[in-house]
Structures are given as C-alpha cells and as structure tokens.
Write a protein that binds this ligand. Structure first.
Ligand SMILES: Cc1ncc(COP(=O)(O)O)c(C=O)c1O
Ligand SMILES: N[C@@H](CCSC[C@H](N)C(=O)O)C(=O)O
Length: 439
C-alpha cells in the first residue's frame, strides 16, 4: 500500500453539498505521529504479528493461557484479541492507551472509580439517561456531589468549579438535545480550578472518526462501542482512552479486578466494525443532513449541528469533523410525536443509534425514561422530542417514510403546492387538533 499523492489537504473540508466548511483545528487523521495514512485508511489496517499471517485477527477464545510469567495467563486480565483491539483503538483515538470493556456504561463505572467520597463532579443538564442514573446512584450512595449545569455556557461551568472538582464529565453533542460544548475552554477552566481534576468526554455521538477529545484538552475519552464503532447493533462494548500512562494503569486496575474487560468474540466483532466506520459514517451523516434540512424546511425545530441554525454551529465545526447521524426535533405535541413514531415504517422504534439501519424514538419514554419527569422538566427536556438515528439506507426511501409518517400523524398536510407544516395557533396545542390518522 502506498501513500496517495493526490489527497485533499487535511483541513480542507466540504459539506454534503460541496460548500466549504470552516477549517478544523484537528486534522482529518489523529496527529499522534504514529499514523502514516488518513484516518479512513488507518481504520482498515491493524498491525498483526499472527504466526500464520491470518488476514482477520484470530479470536483467542480461551479463558486461560498455559505457563507462568507470560504475557497472558487469564482472559479477565488480558487476552490477545482484546489487546489487538486496544492497540488499534489507541492509534485511531490518538491515545497512549485504550481499554475496552463490556459496555459504554462500564466505561463510566470504571472511570468514576477514580473518585473518592466528598469529590465533586460537574456535568451537563442534558446527558444520556444511563449516565445520569449512574451519577445519581453515586451521589446517593457513594458520597459524590454531582452538579448539573448548562455546559454550553462556560460561565455556568466556571461558577461551580472549585478545588473540590475532581471530574468534569462532558458530552458533545449531548444526547438527545444535540447541544455542543466548548471542550478546549471547559478543559482549561477545569484544570485551572483544580489542576488534578479530570476532564472526561463521552464521545459516543461522533466516534473518533469525527472528533478526538484528547486533542482538545480532555484527560480521558470514552464511548459506547455499541454505537458507531460496531455499527450493526450486534455487540455491546465500551472503549476508553487516555494519553497519561498513569491514568491508563489506574483504569486497568478495576477492569481486571472486577472482570468487565470485553470478551474475545466481542473484541473481534468490534475490530471488524471499525474497519467500515468511515464509509458508514460518511453515508449516515449525508443522509442525516438531508433529513435535517427536510424537517427544518417544513417548520420543525430541528437540533442537528450540521444545520447553520444550530446555536453552536461554528463551535462544533471548530472541534469536530462532521455532524454525525443523530438529530432530534420537536412537534409541539406528545400525541403527534407518538403518532409519527408509530406511523414510521422503515425507521424502527428502538433505543440506541450509530447502526446501519435508521431508528426513531421518544427519548423521554425510552433512552431517558430513567430521568424522573420532574427533573426532565427542570432541565427543559421536551416531552414531545423525537430522536432520529440515521442509517445507510437510500435517502429517498427515508424521506418518503418520514413524510408519510408526518402526514398520517397530522403534523403536515399535502397541498397541490407540496407539503405544508400545520402551524400551532397562539394558545393552541397540536394535541387539541383533530388528527388525520387514516392509514
Ligand atoms: C451518550 C451515551 N453514552 C453512553 C452510553 C452507554 O453505552 P452502552 O449502552 O454501551 O452501555 C449511551 C447509550 O447507551 C449513550 O447514548
Ligand atoms: N433500557 C436502557 C435504555 C438504553 S438507551 C441506549 C442509548 N444510549 C440511547 O440513547 O438510545 C437503559 O435503561 O439503560
């Protein structure tokens, strides 16, 4: 394989319509000095020292390894297939070390074991329901103080940072409101308030293909490998990475001690998924952009960082290389939202995202149902919000499916001139309107 001489400069980026995007400070391939090729190429090739030159990394389906004092003795402590995956991830996440565990939540569990009673954690007012649940458990039972603030506002974050802040946990974009947070600014604020504090970024929404938080000031990045990295919803996995050898050892300890390391077979599945990450992500986000524009053009409030109307559009593109394939939108009525979700045919009603097929969900009933209704209200998480996770299908089919669902739900109507969004009159809610639910 030879390096291409005709490659586009790393910071020359075009959106799906070929328009220039602002230059990104992060090159298209993580710049750790180890990577020779662009990221799409690096994703495909892993370094192997297999004795038979196997093209696919073998699955070392063995709990034990014979001998004494060897590199591997017991799969809970280490396994060659898992090590292979971890080395590959360190390369693509621009990290000194990567570690893989049984789920994204297992990552946060391992990371929060670095905390001590009395420590403070600062995090967002919009974050994945499962992360909120674990943090709530730690604050109730583990003596940890958790402060939820609007992380899109650095002043709000600065207002709660102190020498007691041991961790700042960020999502960008957030799940499900797609808020974007300034990772470099918040990292430096956190480190200034307490040089020992750790900035943790949950990168699940973008994957290392689109964002490298370690390059932006984070101490640890993690993500649910169940999503884009694996890409087919056939494996649960979590990956975390750091550039600090000391932190790497501290994270390894609970993985070995508790036994949450990723199994050899799941490690192999993840390795296989990563090879197609670039093509999947490119197609998924191009589809997502078309769907976001379609919804916005019909008057819906769409949350997607690929749209110029996104409140942190410039910030997003200053730290990421793409907008990903998740978007959310509001209808003004939970009844209408329920009807849209039920009427969709290609979009499967399902939690999760990042896989090859498109999904539709109502976060307040599904992925974020573990956040109690009062807290959801306090944090301004709209009950009617619909989250779309876009796959690799034909975009025309996806748009047609969405349109028929919107029409059947009474959210839009077809006129001789095209599609017309039904406006909500002052004081009226769409729920009070007569619905056209004819199939
Ligand atoms: C943003 C985010 N982080 C973490 C997780 C947890 O990942 P997993 O389901 O693999 O435990 C999820 C979804 O589950 C998520 O959406
Ligand atoms: N029942 C699960 C819900 C998983 S949500 C998965 C994913 N992160 C998403 O945002 O859709 C739970 O309670 O954890």
């Amino acid at each position: 394989m030879s390096s291409s001489s005709t490659s586009i400069p790393a910071n020359k980026r075009l959106d799906v319509d070929g328009h220039n995007l602002p230059p990104s400070p992060t090159p298209s391939s993580p710049s750790n000095g180890k990577n020779k090729y662009s990221l799409a190429t690096e994703l495909v090739y892993t370094e192997s020292n297999d004795q038979y030159n196997a093209s696919s990394v073998p699955i070392y389906q063995s709990a034990t390894f014979k001998g004494e004092g060897n590199e591997y003795d017991y799969t809970r402590s280490g396994n060659p297939t898992r090590t292979h995956l971890e080395r590959h991830l360190a390369k693509i996440m621009n990290a000194h070390r990567a570690l893989v565990v049984s789920s994204g939540m297992a990552c946060l569990d391992v990371i929060t074991r670095l905390l001590h009673p009395g420590d403070e954690v600062v995090t967002g007012d919009d974050l994945y329901g499962g992360s909120n649940r674990l943090l709530k458990y730690l604050s109730t039972h583990g003596g940890i103080i958790v402060r939820h603030v609007d992380t899109t506002n650095p002043d709000s974050v600065a207002g709660v940072l102190s020498e007691k802040t041991a961790m700042v946990l960020l999502e960008s974009p957030t799940n499900p409101l797609m808020k974007v947070v300034d990772i470099p600014t918040l990292s430096s604020l956190a480190h200034k308030a307490n040089p020992k504090s750790l900035v943790i970024v949950d990168n699940t929404m973008l994957s290392p293909y689109l964002q490298n938080p370690l390059d932006l000031g984070a101490d640890i990045v993690y993500e649910s490998g169940t999503k884009y990295l694996s890409g087919h919803h056939d494996v649960m996995a979590g990956v975390m990475a750091t550039n600090s050898p000391e932190l790497g050892d501290k994270l390894y300890f609970p993985i070995n001690a508790s036994g949450c390391g990723l199994s050899p077979f799941d490690s192999w599945l993840l390795l296989r998924g990563i090879k197609t990450l670039a093509v999947r992500m490119e197609k998924q986000q191009a589809n997502a952009m078309a769907i976001a524009r379609y919804l916005e053009s019909h008057g819906f409030k769409v949350r997607y960082p690929g749209l110029k109307s996104h409140p942190q559009y410039d910030l997003h593109w200053s730290q990421a290389r793409g907008a990903g394939a998740v978007l959310s939108f509001e209808t003004g009525s939970t009844t209408i939202s329920e009807r849209i979700v039920a009427a969709a045919k290609i979009f499967a009603i399902s939690v999760s995202f990042g896989c090859v097929n498109s999904l539709i969900s109502m976060p307040c009933r599904m992925s974020h149902a573990s956040i109690d209704p009062a807290t959801r209200k306090e944090r301004a998480l709209p009950e009617d919000i619909i989250r779309l996770c876009i796959g690799i299908e034909d975009v025309g089919d996806l748009l047609d499916d969405l349109q028929q669902a919107l029409v059947r739900a009474g959210a839009v109507k077809i006129t001789p001139d095209g599609i017309e969004a039904l406006d909500i009159a002052e004081g009226e809610t769409k729920a009070t309107r007569e619905l056209t639910d004819e199939p």
